[in-house]
Write a protein that binds this ligand. Structure first.
Ligand code: ZN
Length: 133
């Protein structure tokens, strides 16, 4: 146990099936294992941290998520290398996913910051970033 590291993050999603499909694929690529699964949600765990995705109740679906509003803007994950960022970028494109800031890719975060940015099914921004050189 490392005090202070994130224990878990829980995110409500508008369409659990779509989110499970995307996050299941992406997190498995990163080495996460399916952790908990029930009819309203699923989680995946790596080390001592897990991410939980839960279906939003119908009565709260009227206001969609927007990352520019107050609240979560994005989630960033460590990549093991720049090559791994490139590989992930290829896989995302093969899955038909939109790469954000593509005209600046892979330096949209600045020079010496090598990352790919994309969106989950609710348009939560996701970042996959290589170690600093
Ligand atoms: Zn970031």
């Amino acid at each position: 146990m490392s005090e202070g590291l994130l224990h878990h993050v829980e995110i409500y999603v508008s369409d659990l099936e779509k989110s499970e499909s995307f996050w299941g694929w992406f997190l498995n690529e990163l080495g996460y294992q399916s952790y908990q699964k029930w009819n309203k949600g699923q989680s995946w765990k790596l080390g001592e941290t897990y991410l939980v995705f839960v279906q939003t109740e119908t009565e709260y679906l009227d206001v969609p998520y927007h990352r520019c509003r107050t609240g979560l803007n994005h989630l960033a994950f460590h990549a093991s290398s720049r090559e791994r960022v490139d590989e992930m970028t290829r896989m995302l494109k093969e899955r038909g996913m939109k790469i954000l800031y593509e005209n600046q890719h892979p330096f949209a975060g600045g020079e010496d910051y090598y990352a790919v940015y994309f969106e989950d099914p609710d348009r939560v921004k996701v970042e996959f970033v290589a170690p600093s050189p």
